[in-house]
Design a protein around this ligand. Structure first.
Ligand code: HDE
Length: 716
């Protein structure tokens, strides 16, 4: 029995089981149930003759194959997903009547898809990109989709700019280059003309855009939504997912190398964690703002380029989500799942955020082309566990067999069924928001402060994070060929933070203009007066926000961390066993890496299985490195350039490393480490020689020792 089977079968799992198929012990058949006798040869006129048109078995097989592909998602094409459940900690009745947020004993099934945005279906997981974080709750009152990202703001304020943004970031249309990368001219051309994107750019240039794992990312609903309680009272709400493993990232050099060594790194990581029973968990958090406080802040709650700092409105953790089952079939589930921010339940409602309003149109529309028609809600993964009764009928691939002659409302022939649901029966009622105003194409002035929260984000970062963000901009703009685009970007960055602009400009061979002119906003109507559309200088809502820095994330666990153990024949069994025991006790996963596959013999003559050879393993795929003691083992490893490169790279990427006994000799074979070890008697941060396994556990929990990196002089 698979570990995941031991978990309580959820309602959705039962529902899906009606459509699952298992061929174990069965005869091969055609799609129409005819047992097939020969699946190796087509029907021919004579042994060497032409294939006959009559061969319905061949034709069925090839025709189905020819039609196997559907269009990939226009954005978020590359993804991975898992099943699980959500449970609220205490009733949220005071704020919302949403049924799944009332009863702490209720487990609501969920299906969650994580994704990158720009790359195509086969692109690398480690692109510098936003990650999608889409959750489908199969509630007893219908499907609720929380279609969020791992970054709490967005590039643009109005849905009408979305096709422009996506065209700019996708591979350039003349040569389809580059794949899954924003480091090219069209993206930065667009961005450099759109000051409203600056806050999001700070996030996407930070290490948040290269997560260590989907399991170590935050999720955000981005827009402000509404909670509505049974009395019809509304609260504004922002949604958060907080991973229990903390928020962690890799570094850019590593990301680029992982893309070559294992482009499925995140997909594999999610899959393996669940198969191993290390179920990923997130706490669900809400920031609640009363209706009366709508205009209390310097920023507009409807502006999706703004956060509400947690210092102003704390995140209240109201529940937990656990992912405990991998999909049975990637296409049927992960590919065919159709999310839509408009799939909501009573107790939750929208606001007038103009980005959200546009999304409410887009998602159903895109499923119509992607999944081929209006019945995509009947596909098993999309099917509601709450019963569905209405007068919608027919269309391609209709599955439901509606009985009776009535498909209209009002009707008397069907006894008036199905009945409209009263509010107390869960009938959805839109929030009766008062709207007074002229019909205009325009944007509220309250959306015009484009820089203060970008500054807040930058200034809330740790030194190492600032350095990485600076380097990311240097990399991305360094790949841009048009000098004028780079110059415009330096101008915009100087509005955020002068040192940041200077450090980026230096690397690009540019100068920051002495006098900082207001940047021009090019996103204005043809007859608009540019003066009316200039960004306004706002004040950051708080000076610093700890929650914005990954440095302040929880660093108290090494659960599921991947530890590389370098060893060869003659290794010291005791030191390996001591470390193995201590690390595995804390939930880490060890991989024994040796020059060749098979087994290695300890100095005492006992055999241990090798999990990977130096040829198939790579330092960038691990969180930490342990070098076993044992003179002969270390001697062998020293003769392997791949072993030396392994520790050298782990050092470069600031990973915790431990060596016991002669193991330190392998570390010293790396020039970088030797230089550092030679500096004084104390060891460089995160390098543990002849230390206890427990000290190694604490070092791994720190994730990285960024202090090892070279820093710019002017960072702040
Ligand atoms: Fe999406 N987005 N989006 N988006 N989005 C899609 O729907 C769109 C936006 C997000 O795993 C598409 O089924 C518009 C913000 C996720 O299947 C499409 C606008 C946020 C996913 C679409 C936005 C998201 C999508 C493409 C601006 C974070 C993947 C395929 C108005 C809050 C869901 C599809 C999955 C997917 C449109 C902006 C998140 C075309 C028009 C902001 C996680 O409908």
């Amino acid at each position: 029995m698979k570990k995941t089977d031991s978990f309580e079968a959820s309602k959705k799992t039962e529902d899906l089981s009606m459509n699952t198929e298992n061929a174990e012990g069965q005869l091969l058949t055609s799609n129409h149930g005819l047992p097939i006798n020969d699946d190796q040869n087509s029907l021919k006129a004579g042994e060497r003759g032409a294939t006959l048109l009559e061969d319905f078995i061949l034709r069925e097989k090839i025709t189905h194959f020819d039609h196997e592909r559907i269009p990939e998602r226009i954005v978020h094409a590359r993804g991975a997903a898992a099943h699980g459940y959500f449970q609220v900690y205490e009733s949220m009745e005071k704020y919302t009547k949403a049924h799944f947020l009332q009863d702490p004993s209720l487990k609501t099934p969920v299906f969650v898809r994580f994704s990158t945005v720009a790359g195509s279906r086969g692109s690398t997981d480690l692109a510098r990109d936003v990650r999608g974080f889409a959750v489908k709750f199969y509630t007893e009152q219908g499907v609720y989709d929380l279609v969020g990202n791992n970054i709490p703001v967005f590039f643009i304020q109005d849905a009408i700019k979305f096709p422009d943004l996506v065209h700019a970031v996708k591979p350039e249309p003349h040569n389809e280059i580059p794949q899954a990368a924003s480091a090219h001219d069209t993206f930065w051309d667009f961005i450099s003309l759109m000051p409203e994107s600056m806050h999001m750019i700070m996030w996407t240039m930070s290490d948040r855009a290269i997560p260590r794992s989907y399991r170590m990312m935050e999720g955000f609903g981005v827009h402000t939504f509404r909670f509505i309680n049974a009395d019809g009272k509304s609260h504004f709400v922002k949604f958060h997912w907080k991973p229990l493993l903390g928020v962690h990232s890799v570094c850019w050099d590593e990301a680029q190398k992982i893309s070559g060594k294992d482009p499925d790194f995140h997909r594999r990581d999610l899959w393996e964690a669940i198969e191993n029973g290390a179920f990923p968990e997130w706490e669900f958090g809400v920031q609640l703002i009363s209706e009366d406080d709508e205009f209390k802040y310097d920023f507009d709650l409807l502006d999706p380029t703004k956060i509400i700092p947690e210092e102003l409105v704390p995140v209240k953790k109201i529940g937990k989500m656990v992912l405990n089952r991998n999909p049975d079939n990637f296409f049927a589930e992960t590919e065919q799942v159709a999310f839509h921010p408009g799939h909501i339940v009573s107790g939750i409602d929208f606001t007038n955020d103009p980005l959200l309003q546009g999304r409410l149109f887009s998602y159903t529309d895109t499923q119509l082309i992607r999944l081929g028609g209006p019945n995509f809600h009947e596909i098993p993964i999309n099917r509601s566990v709450a019963p569905v009764h209405n007068h919608q009928r027919d269309g391609y691939m209709r599955q439901t067999i509606n009985q009776g002659r009535v498909s209209y409302n009002p009707n008397s022939l069907g006894g008036g069924c199905p009945f409209q649901a009263k509010a107390m029966q869960g009938g959805f009622q839109s929030y009766t928001e008062r709207i007074d105003g002229k019909k205009i194409r325009g944007r509220s002035k309250s959306f015009f402060d484009h820089f203060s929260q970008a500054t807040l984000f930058y200034e809330s970062q740790s030194e190492a994070e600032k350095q990485h963000l600076t380097d990311a901009l240097r990399f991305e703009l360094g790949k841009v060929e048009t000098i004028a685009i780079r110059e415009r970007m330096v101008g915009l960055l100087s509005q955020i933070n002068k040192n940041l602009a200077k450090n980026v400009a230096d690397a690009l061979g540019l100068k920051v203009p002495e006098t900082l002119e207001q940047p021009v906003n090019h996103s204005i109507p043809a007859d608009g007066n540019p003066e009316d559309y200039q960004p306004v200088a706002g004040k950051p809502p708080v000076k610093k926000s700890e929650a914005l820095s990954m440095n302040s994330t929880s660093k108290n666990t090494i659960k599921t961390r991947q530890i590389a153990v370098l060893a060869a024949n003659g290794f010291d069994e005791k030191s390996l066993n001591d470390f193995k025991k201590a690390l595995e006790k804390e939930g880490a996963m060890l991989t024994i890496i040796a020059p060749k596959l098979g087994t290695i013999k300890s100095a005492g003559g006992n055999e241990t299985k090798v999990n990977q050879s130096l040829l198939t393993a790579a330092s960038v795929l691990f969180d930490a490195v342990f070098v076993c003691a044992g003179g002969k083992s270390v001697e062998t490893l020293l003769e392997e350039p791949d072993a030396v490169e392994f520790v050298d790279e782990a050092y470069k990427h600031c990973k915790p490393m431990a060596a016991v006994g002669d193991g330190v000799e392998l570390l010293k074979a790396s020039n970088r480490i030797k230089k550092e070890l030679g500096k004084d008697t104390s060891l460089p941060l995160g390098i543990l020689v002849d230390k206890s396994p427990e000290e190694f556990v604490s070092a791994i929990a720190q994730h990285r020792f960024w202090e090892r990196e070279k820093k710019d002089k002017h960072l702040n």
